[in-house]
Design a protein around this ligand. Structure first.
Ligand code: HEM
Length: 385
């Protein structure tokens, strides 16, 4: 492999990659594991290289944009107090407290599809679940769900198009929703709802009240982190279980195995494709020379399919070493919301499997894959009996 930087090793937005992402990533991991493209800069496909990038915080900075993004766009030491502010919201006690509401929302949503055929589960179950659960956890009104759904779709389209102007406009629209929400809480004073949003509003950073812009940025990062990944995960999990009825029956009989199955199914096909970094110095990555101040994109989906770490990566195997699974990332920026995501996915599957005898693909309805930056499915039709 040459160490001279070529302009284009691949095109992440070619029809082939957009329509068949797993096959494309598998091929890149073998043939060109550190690959340059105009759209993504340096893409990193192997598990070992991805781990190296996300664990070397000095060489690979998270400050990838001129727009402030809290906490994902911050480096140490600035990142530390924000991370400390966020993590307690995902403590074991918080998760235990949220579980009954999570179960109730799951049950209500699942009831709407029971006995039905050809249900497009992406809008009806996956997105609705992600939106309802996000609003419930943060204490947001239900009327924000539709604008948020629209917002998430448009954000994905603008990201794929690389349309900075549209991305800014979309970010500003989100800011306006949140400013209004915060304003109404301020007006309510001590009568403001006692929930996560009010708590974040009243928190302090390095001893000072948190700024309005930081609150908005945290909630935006949170929303981007949650809605797309949870919706994609529900689609991926249900598609896999509908195609693997033995596994579906095992989990119905032994629901205590659901958490391990979730990690393994989402290892085979992950809900979050990439995250970005920027080099702070020249570095050799794989056998490629990468200059200073260059864009680097880690590909989690590919890393989790690396046959050097997960032999026969396409096979579901009980008992794999899940500590190698990069589903929730690694290093300083490892997903703080992982306990919430695990709770939501476990409870949703427990309720769905308990309420059904079989979930099967709808005959004659071919699933439509989602496009990058989304993962999983855009449409997926299932029968519930
Ligand atoms: C299956 C669902 C999820 C997956 C696969 C996932 C995956 C990830 C990954 C891989 C990262 C690391 C990003 C990086 O290194 O740049 C991350 C960070 C993050 N995630 Fe998640 N996530 C999920 C759910 C959630 C949820 C439910 C929340 C919030 C409620 C959330 C909030 C965040 C935030 C705020 C960060 C940035 C952390 C930091 O930079 O310190 N995620 N997530």
């Amino acid at each position: 492999m040459t160490d001279v930087k070529k302009e284009y090793d691949w095109d992440p937005r070619s029809e082939e990659v957009l329509h068949h992402p797993l096959a494309a990533f598998d091929q890149m991991r073998t043939e060109c594991p550190v690959a340059h493209s105009e759209y993504m800069g340096w893409s990193v496909f192997r598990h070992k290289d991805v781990l190296r990038v996300v664990e070397d915080h000095e060489t690979f900075s998270n400050q990838v944009s001129q727009h402030r993004s809290v906490p994902n766009g911050l480096d140490k030491p600035e990142h530390t107090p924000y991370r400390a502010l966020i993590e307690p919201y995902f403590s074991q006690a918080r998760m235990a407290g949220f579980e009954p509401l999570c179960r109730e929302l799951s049950e209500n949503l699942i009831r709407t599809v029971l006995g039905r055929q050809a249900v497009d589960i992406i809008p009806e179950l996956a997105e609705n679940f992600a939106l309802e659960i996000q609003c419930a956890f943060l204490g947001w009104p239900n009327h924000l769900q539709e604008p948020l759904r629209q917002w998430a779709h448009e954000n994905q389209e603008a990201t794929l198009a690389g349309n900075r102007e549209a991305m800014n406009e979309i970010a500003q629209r989100f800011s306006r929703y949140i400013h209004d929400l915060l304003e109404s809480r301020r007006e309510q004073g001590e009568w403001a709802p006692d929930d996560v949003t009010t708590e974040i509003m009243n928190s302090r950073i390095n001893g000072n009240p948190i700024s309005e812009n930081d609150i908005v940025s945290i909630l935006r990062n949170w929303t981007v982190g949650e809605i797309g990944t949870i919706a994609a995960s529900i689609g991926l999990l249900l598609q896999y279980l509908s195609e693997h009825l033995d596994l579906q029956d095992t989990l119905r009989r032994e629901p205590e195995r659901i958490p391990e199955a979730v990690e393994e199914i989402l290892r085979i096909h992950g809900p979050l494709v990439t995250n970005r970094r920027r080099t702070t110095r020249p570095v050799t990555l794989g056998s490629r020379s990468v200059g200073s101040d260059e864009r680097v994109t880690v590909n989690w989906v590919s890393a989790n399919r690396d046959e050097r770490v997960f032999p026969e990566p396409d096979r579901f195997r009980w008992g794999r070493d899940q500590s190698q699974n990069l589903l929730y990332g690694a290093g300083l920026h490892v997903c703080p919301g992982a306990p919430l995501a695990r709770l939501e996915l476990r409870v949703f599957l427990e309720e769905l499997l308990a309420a059904t005898n079989r979930v099967t693909p709808s005959i004659g309805k071919t699933p439509v894959n989602a496009h990058y930056p989304a993962s999983g499915y855009q449409h997926l039709w299932l029968d519930f009996s």
